[in-house]
Ligand binder design. Structure first.
Ligand code: NAI
Ligand code: CS2
Length: 487
């Protein structure tokens, strides 16, 4: 069978310019998803193209991804990223991956032992917001999560990302090996501290000495990560096959824009990512906040209201001028005032975001962004609402965005079609929706303290504003409600 490793590729395809035989597994990455392939692995590949070196990546996936891993192995761990811009596409073969492991194919113990190899310096993660098993409202380990319950009973055979990190660090400590750095690359505020809390929280249930050792020796830098990378589709994979002249089942497409801001705190070294444009800083929080509120906040706003209105993709929403104006108003009038980032022209940043959202080549589904709202709303909308409630000022776009989520999880779009809702709390949400009338829905969903905390459901102003936005949405539909918002 022909693969990208066995055929001659067109000259227009960028290929690794370093000797892959020198690669060692220095980075173990958890979650070989779309984003990692087009972001962190690509940026590490750029460092290798510029400086050579041995910073190879071992890719890990737990209970899914076995087919992808088998395909990756069959093509010598090479895969393709297609950067899709308005002015054309660029195909790039990534060579930075030197091995991969999957729980189904190789067993859980092989995975944990990989983390214990002495030369491993960094364990990075893109396991989605829900993969850390934390309570989104508190940022603390969620002991009611079924994977955490399993791992507390079976610490040596963990099923969760925090559990596997703790077991791997435990074995390294017992063998007198130096620790590694844990690098979260997920869209969670203060992601370094969140994973640190989850890992130390779990270690404390095993032994105080282990928890103290992790606290003292392991670093958990925070990061801000940014590149829009939609899930692969048969169409996007076919486009890559056409560009290469051969199929690549591990290929992924993404936008040309890329940004990574990292707190420079590594215990055992790291690639010279700053050589390829990565920003190494002391405090990532202002950047994270800016990106999670301006970009991801408006993404979720467009996803819920756009999907209800029948817009399948973000660029379809952008073609409706009311949605475009509303997204800009949300960014500049309701998110920007809450930010403490300095030295960034937020107006310019907002226009760049709208430009990225308009990219017709991306076809980013509103349905995909709408997933896991229970894990996303707190950092994308609710923290800003708390800021505005303290200021005593207006936040109509945020109110409509939150009401949009409530309509979306109520299960029917404006045309009356059923919605396929994906969320770790889907069962609980469905129960609340089925046991409430439309008039009772807002109060029913506010019972989800995992999302709204204990303050917002008892804040009269908050409840009143959401009720008003909810009624508008029910009476007018999403298109008219957004039109009225920017009128
Ligand atoms: P994806 O669905 O392609 O990959 C998700 C990966 O996480 C898969 O490897 C899956 O096996 C793993 N995973 C899912 N649940 C898990 C769990 N409970 N425990 C362990 N592993 C788990 O998604 P994609 O696009 O790669 O996004 C992943 C995360 O990357 C997002 O949730 C977000 O935090 C971050 N991100 C994504 C961007 C994008 O545009 N796709 C951009 C910026 C950040
Ligand atoms: C999106 C993000 O699916 C989502 O929730 O908002 O994946 C978004 O594409 C990225 O954060 C962009 O960097």
């Amino acid at each position: 069978m022909n693969t990208i490793a066995s055929v001659t590729l067109p000259a227009s395809v960028q290929q690794p310019r370093y000797d892959r035989k020198t690669l060692k597994t220095r980075i173990v990455h958890f979650g070989f998803g779309a984003f990692h392939r087009a972001h962190q692995a690509l940026l590490t590949d750029r460092v290798l193209n510029k400086l050579a070196g041995d910073w190879g990546i071992c890719e890990i996936s737990l209970f899914s991804g076995d087919k992808l891993m088998s395909a990756l192995r069959a093509q010598d761990h090479l895969y393709t990223v297609l950067e899709k811009g308005r002015d054309g596409n660029q195909a790039i073969i990534i060579g930075a991956v030197n091995e991969c492991l999957n729980a189904k194919l190789d067993g859980l113990d092989a995975i944990i032992e990989k983390f214990c190899e002495p030369q491993v310096a960094i364990v990075s993660l893109t396991v989605t917001e829900k993969g850390y098993c934390i309570d989104p409202a508190t940022g603390k380990l969620d002991n009611s999560n079924e994977r955490i319950i399993h791992d507390l009973q079976n610490p040596a055979e963990p099923h969760s990302a925090p559990g596997i990190l703790v077991e791997a660090l435990n074995r390294r400590r017992e063998r007198g090996l130096c620790p590694f750095t844990v690098l979260s690359c997920d869209n969670i505020p203060d992601n370094g501290h969140v994973v640190r809390n989850a890992v130390i929280g779990m270690a404390e249930t095993r032994s105080q000495e282990l928890a103290d050792w992790i606290r003292e020796h392991v670093t958990f830098p925070s990061t801000m990560v940014d590149r829009i990378v939609p899930a692969a589709t048969p169409e996007s994979l076919q486009e890559i096959t056409d560009a290469l002249g051969v199929e690549d089942p591990c290929a992924i497409s993404g936008e040309p824009f890329i940004q990574w801001v990292i707190e420079d705190n590594f215990v055992a070294g790291r690639p010279a990512w700053e050589e390829v444009g990565v920003e190494m800083v002391d405090d990532v929080m202002p950047w994270e906040q800016m990106k999670l509120r301006m970009l991801n906040g408006s993404h979720s706003f467009l996803a819920y209201l756009g999907y209800l209105a029948g817009y399948q993709h973000v660029n379809d929403c952008m073609a409706d001028n009311n949605f475009r104006l509303a997204a800009h108003r949300l960014m500049m009038q309701e998110q920007a005032p809450t930010l403490r980032v300095t030295g960034v022209d937020l107006q310019q940043y907002a226009h760049k975001l709208l430009d990225r959202f308009e990219n017709p080549a991306l076809k980013h589904r509103t349905w995909q962004i709408a997933m896991d709202g229970s894990q996303k709303l707190p950092q994308r909308m609710l923290e800003s609402v708390r800021w505005h409630l303290q200021q005593g000022d207006e936040w109509p776009c945020l109110a409509l965005g939150i009401a949009g989520w409530m309509r979306y999880v109520s299960g029917t779009d404006d045309a009356g079609n059923e919605i396929d809702i994906r969320d770790p709390l889907a069962g609980k949400i469905k129960m609340l929706v089925e046991s409430s009338t439309a008039e009772e829905r807002v109060l029913a969903l506010l019972n989800l303290h995992e999302i709204f905390g204990s303050d917002l459901p008892v804040d009269e102003q908050f409840v009143a504003r959401i009720q008003i936005a909810w009624s508008e949405l029910c009476n007018l539909g999403a298109r008219e409600a957004v039109a009225k918002l920017v009128d």
